[in-house]
Write a protein that binds this ligand. Structure first.
Ligand code: FAD
Length: 382
């Protein structure tokens, strides 16, 4: 058995499961606490970001622990954008001049389960589902969890919050006055729709990320291994042409017929999806510091949630894990040195992608459709 003290990781999402793998590989006993039941039992939340784009930054983290091949087995490479104008044929814009570079559409659930299985299979990792962190004393690492059996306590020498944008770990540190945070929400939300397979095959080209740029709003679609596409509407939450403005099935059908005419024959459940799938919020989370006294640290969305328009939130969370692992190497597993070093190296990068992601919303919903943009792309690729 390991001589090292147990590390608590709060949140068995993408970052938390990957982190558990990296820590167990270093010989740490890891307690992975997750508020939800075991996702491998099959319950899927309706309309919640079913797939995501994984790029080289994320793949690098998986490669280092031998998971890349397994995850990529079900990936669908997207080599460019397919722009759907209101009228006329879709136009393909390659991501690279040689057409050989791609981002990969991955099922979020399958990725999470692969990481969870990998973590749970490692010696020293124990996973506690139905454990919602509700209390944390940063001075001694004492945690309180709500479980179906009532409140339980636990303690760890180091507590790492990988519990997402609404992080309870961050909230606890805030309550102790140990950090400051800012939350910037967009006046936009997102809603998912489905394009099912057509005649047993993909209804659109699965080798592209599809974009319907509509000036102040847009829709995108990514392919899934079952040959469906998941569409995501990024629309204003209020005002005209917003989620709130389409109140009846007739209004929904009319609006899509005018603005997304090529979607109508491909999305037979459009009205049902639209009426029943939730509207998710979009925002940027910033906080500082990301660690307290080398005993509590934040990773992934818990430290730096960003808007999804660069497809880099999960990739960035995976990079955090790799960097923390590197810092532990360089600091001889002295957490009081490694956690501040990790923050110094990652915080500026997280801020950069947060800004780029906001800027890319304007590019995706507006500029990709402009003739000037397309001419510039041709010149870049010439
Ligand atoms: P999460 O995935 O949110 O995981 C947090 C985990 O902590 C969850 O399992 C949660 O149940 C658990 N938890 C929360 N609170 C508690 C608590 N109190 N106690 C115990 N457990 C708790 N990123 C990309 O790289 N590419 C994309 O294409 C992409 N597309 C996106 C599209 C949309 C619409 C959205 C909203 C996001 C997208 N992202 C994308 C971003 C990506 O989803 C996040 O960056 C990523 O999920 C962050 O991982 P995480 O592990 O930090 O947080």
């Amino acid at each position: 058995m390991s001589e090292r003290e147990e590390i608590a990781v709060v949140g068995a999402g993408l970052a938390g499961c990957l982190l558990a793998c990296y820590l167990a590989r270093r010989g740490y006993p890891v307690a992975l606490y997750e508020r939800r039941p075991d996702p491998r039992t099959g319950r899927v939340e309706r309309g919640r970001s079913i797939n995501l784009a994984l790029s080289e930054r994320g793949l690098d983290a998986l490669r280092r622990i031998g998971l890349e091949r397994q995850v990529m087995a079900d990936a669908l490479p997207m080599r460019g954008r397919m722009i759907h104008p209101v009228e006329g044929e879709p136009q393909f814009q390659s991501y690279s001049s040689g057409g050989d570079r791609a981002i990969n559409s991955i099922s979020r659930g399958a990725l999470n389960n692969a990481l969870l299985n990998a973590a749970a299979a490692l010696p020293g990792v124990r996973v506690a589902f139905d454990h919602r962190l509700v209390g944390l004393d940063p001075a001694n690492g004492e945690m309180t969890f709500e479980t179906p059996q009532g409140k339980v306590s636990a303690a760890a020498s180091v507590v790492l919050g990988a519990d997402g944008a609404g992080s309870a770990v961050r909230g606890q540190l805030l309550g102790y006055g140990a950090l400051t945070e800012s939350l910037d929400f967009l006046d936009y939300g997102y809603k998912e729709l489905t394009i099912p397979p057509l005649g047993g095959d993909f209804a659109l080209d699965p080798g592209a990320l599809h974009i319907w740029p509509r000036g102040t709003s847009m829709m995108i679609a990514l392919p899934n291994p079952d040959r469906s596409f998941t569409c995501t509407l990024f629309w204003p939450t209020h005002g005209t042409a917003s989620f709130a403005s389409l109140g009846s099935p007739a209004a929904i059908e009319r609006y899509f017929a005018i603005h997304y005419p090529d979607l109508i024959p491909l999305a037979p459940n459009l009205v049902d999806d639209y009426q029943h799938n939730p509207v998710g919020v979009l925002g940027t989370v910033r906080c500082t510091p990301w660690q307290v006294a080398g005993k509590v640290g934040l990773l992934g969305d818990a430290a730096h949630a960003i808007v999804p328009f660069y497809g880099q939130g999960a990739n960035c969370a995976f990079e955090d894990v790799v960097e923390l692992d590197r810092c532990l190497d360089e600091c001889g597993d002295d957490w009081s040195a490694a956690l501040p070093l990790y923050q110094r190296r990652r915080q500026a990068n997280a801020e950069a992608i947060a800004r780029m992601a906001l800027a890319n919303f304007v590019e995706m919903r507006d500029k990709v459709a402009s003739p000037v943009f397309q001419t510039r792309k041709k010149i870049e690729h010439a």
